[in-house]
Design a protein around this ligand. Structure first.
Ligand SMILES: [Zn+2]
Length: 186
């Protein structure tokens, strides 16, 4: 019974009341802009990027042009990432970041070999398949794992192993990492 969800209607009413002071007779229009943000509660995952994301993106942009990581940039990154920075840089130096680009689709996947295993990193959404990423985001600690940091720096510097494969290999290659992450499947 409680599932019939009256609160939605209630909310709409109270919100439109408070809005009416500003815009008479527009209550029907008012509802949409209010409902949209509520539906996008999953956006919290995206906004969890925080300062770390901004700093990393900013430095990466510079690295794309200069291809050199200066001490100053290291300090900037270290302030935000602390001990994750040397961890990430160690992976970059060891060439533990690998890209697979598929032709002709142009799809690219990134694999980072960390201390405990290999993980798929999705730079577009700043996502990583490692447990560390999962728990940090779920705990709302708003921190990026060092695999992501390594991938961003390696891509910007151009210090990664680049592989080009035909699209026919796509599922074969990606299944290698999805098998790791979807525990429970044989
Ligand atoms: Zn990770």
């Amino acid at each position: 019974m409680a599932e019939k969800c009256l609160p939605g209607t209630r909310l709409g009413t109270s919100l439109s009341v408070s809005y009416e002071g500003q815009a008479f007779g527009q209550s029907s229009k008012v509802r949409n802009p209010i409902i949209i943000p509520m539906l996008r509660s999953d956006q919290r995952l995206v906004s969890a990027k925080s300062d770390e994301d901004i700093v990393l993106k900013h430095v990466s942009e510079e690295l794309r042009r200069t291809h050199t990581l200066t001490d100053e940039q290291k300090q900037t990154l270290a302030k935000v990432f602390e001990k994750r920075l040397p961890q990430a840089l160690a992976l970059v130096d060891a060439r533990n970041v690998t890209s697979y680009r598929f032709k002709p689709s142009g799809r690219t996947i990134w694999i980072v070999k960390g201390r405990k295993g290999e993980y798929q990193v999705v730079p577009e959404s700043m996502f990583c398949t490692c447990d560390d990423y999962y728990f940090r985001v779920m705990d709302n600690k708003k921190q990026l794992c060092y695999h992501l940091v390594a991938q961003q720096i390696a891509e910007a510097l151009g210090t990664f192993d680049a592989n080009v494969l035909s699209d026919s290999h796509y599922s074969e290659v990606t299944s290698k990492w999805s098998a790791r992450t979807s525990s429970g499947r044989s």
